[in-house]
Design a protein. Structure first.
Length: 176
């Protein structure tokens, strides 16, 4: 999948491969200082290449998991992970997280990553529900999710604790 960026150049969306481990680590480290809304802060992630490789392997081999990246000039600039349930009664449903490198925000990258997820889930045959949780004050993300058809389903209080303050998360879902 190709995305035309505001600079006239293109980014691509694709599934991860094992050799991406180092690039994924670099990406996660680079975004850790860019947003209040991630579940990790600056310097908090210390993933080894082996650990990241095994996370990637799991997403490639487990049928109801998906990891995709947006790539620009050989650099990862966006990422989406979906994890379906591991037992028969919950394998049709799962939660995803998405992020984009700040310098590339407002180029439609997250929207394309979500479109890819929805297309993949529809083709999958088993997945009939996609869930997410988003910090209550993350208006940009919630607007995007609503545009993609996600609806609010609930609120988890004290889900984030950042700089001495609690924040709730909003649960959103899309039935396929
Ligand atoms: C939230 C996040 C993933 C959105 O990523 P993004 O790639 O900027 O999202 P998109 O570009 O698809 O959409 C954002 C806006 O850009 C606009 N846009 C998309 N393509 C555009 C284009 N070609 N030209 C101008 N505007 C464009 C969209 O309409 C949208 O507008 P809105 O703010 O009015 O809704 C990103 O800001 C991020 O990583 N934030 C930090 C982590 C985070 O919050 N993750 C979500 C946790 S639940």
């Amino acid at each position: 999948m190709k995305i035309e960026l505001l600079n006239g150049k293109y980014a691509t969306v694709r599934e991860v491969v094992k050799d991406d481990a180092e690039k994924v680590i670099e990406y996660l480290q680079s975004i850790s200082s860019e947003s209040e809304y991630l579940t990790f802060g600056e310097g908090e992630l210390s993933l080894s290449k082996e650990t990241e490789k095994s996370i990637i392997r799991e997403h490639i081999t487990v049928n109801n998991k998906l990891m995709i990246v947006a790539e620009y000039e050989d650099q990862i600039i966006g990422n989406l992970n979906f994890c379906g349930g591991s037992r028969l009664r919950i394998e049709h449903t799962g939660e995803f997280g998405v992020s984009v490198k700040k310098e590339f925000w407002n180029n439609g990258i997250a929207e394309n990553l979500i479109d890819y997820l929805i297309g993949w889930a529809k083709d999958h045959g088993i997945i009939t529900k996609i869930n997410l949780r988003v910090r209550e004050d993350n208006d940009r993300a919630m607007r995007l999710y609503a545009r993609k058809g996600f609806v609010e389903e609930g609120r988890v209080t004290r889900d984030f604790y950042v700089d001495g303050k609690f924040y709730s998360s909003i649960l959103m879902g899309l039935e396929l």
